[in-house]
Design a protein around this ligand. Structure first.
Ligand code: DC
Length: 221
C-alpha cells in the first residue's frame, strides 16, 4: 500500500514569482509553519563567501558543512546564532548562491535538514525542488509561475518603493540568468513535479494566489 501523503504544501517555481510571500501567507491562513529553503541556500552561500572556502576544495567545504549551524525563527534566519536575514539578501549573496546551490554535497546536507524539519507535517515549504526531490510525498504541490516580464516588473516596483536604484532591463537580464542556471543545473534542477498544479500568477493579486492554494489544499487535505 502507498504511504499516506505528508500534510505539507510544496511551492516551487522560478525566482521573483513571489513564492516566499505567498507561502508565508498560506501558512498563516492555515496556522501551519513556513520554511524558506532559498534562505537556507543563501545562508550557506554567505558562510562560503565569508570563510573564502573554494567549492573545489572539497575537504574545506566538508568542514564548513559539518559546522553549518542554520536556524529559522519566524521570518528571521540565523547563521551560527547571528541574525543574517538582511545579509543574505545582498547582491553579493544573490550572485554567489547560484554555484553554491548547484553543488551536490551542499544540496545533500540542506535537503537532509529540510526533511528533518518538515517530517512532522503542517509545513508550507517553498523552493525549486520541494515537490520533486525534498518532499515527493507532499499532499499538495504547487508550481507557481509568472511571465518573466511580470516578475521583473514586480521586482522593479518593489525596489523603487524602497527608494533603491532599479533598472528594469538589468533586473530582467539578471532574472533570466538565474532562471537558466536553476533550470539547467545537473542536480535537482527547477522543474514541475508531474502531480503539481500549475498556477500562473501573472494576472493575479497575492490574495488571489493565496486563496487558490488554500482552496486546492482544502479540497484535498
Ligand atoms: O528563492 P531564492 O531566490 O531565495 O533562492 C536562492 C537560491 O537558492 C536560488 O539560486 C535558487 C536556490 N534554491 C535552490 O536551488 N533550491 C531550493 N529549494 C531553494 C532555492
Amino acid at each position: 500500500m502507498a504511504a499516506p501523503a505528508l500534510s505539507l504544501i510544496a511551492i516551487d517555481g522560478p525566482s521573483g514569482v513571489g513564492k516566499s510571500t505567498t507561502a508565508r501567507r498560506v501558512a498563516s491562513r492555515l496556522g501551519w509553519h513556513y520554511l524558506d529553503t532559498g534562505a537556507m541556500y543563501r545562508a550557506a552561500a554567505l558562510a562560503v563567501l565569508r570563510t573564502g572556502v573554494a567549492l573545489a576544495d572539497r575537504a574545506a567545504l566538508e568542514r564548513l558543512l559539518a559546522g553549518l549551524d542554520l536556524a529559522q525563527e519566524g521570518t528571521r534566519i540565523f547563521l551560527a546564532g547571528e541574525d543574517v536575514s538582511e545579509a543574505i539578501r545582498s547582491q553579493e549573496v544573490t550572485r554567489g548562491v547560484t554555484p553554491v546551490s548547484a553543488d551536490a554535497r551542499v544540496r545533500e546536507v540542506l535537503v537532509e535538514q529540510q526533511r528533518r524539519i518538515g517530517a512532522s507535517g503542517r509545513w508550507v515549504v517553498d523552493g525549486r525542488d520541494i515537490g520533486t526531490v525534498v518532499f515527493p510525498g507532499a499532499c499538495c504541490k504547487i508550481f507557481l509561475t509568472a511571465s518573466p516580464e511580470a516578475r521583473a516588473r514586480r521586482r522593479f516596483l518593489e525596489l523603487e518603493a524602497k527608494g533603491q536604484r532599479a533598472v528594469y532591463e538589468e533586473i530582467l537580464a539578471d532574472q533570466q540568468r538565474r532562471d537558466e542556471a536553476d533550470s539547467t543545473r545537473a542536480v535537482a534542477p527547477l522543474r514541475q513535479a508531474e502531480d503539481a498544479a500549475v498556477l500562473d500568477s501573472s494576472d493575479l493579486s497575492l490574495e488571489q494566489v493565496v486563496d487558490r492554494i488554500v482552496a486546492k489544499h482544502l479540497a484535498h487535505p
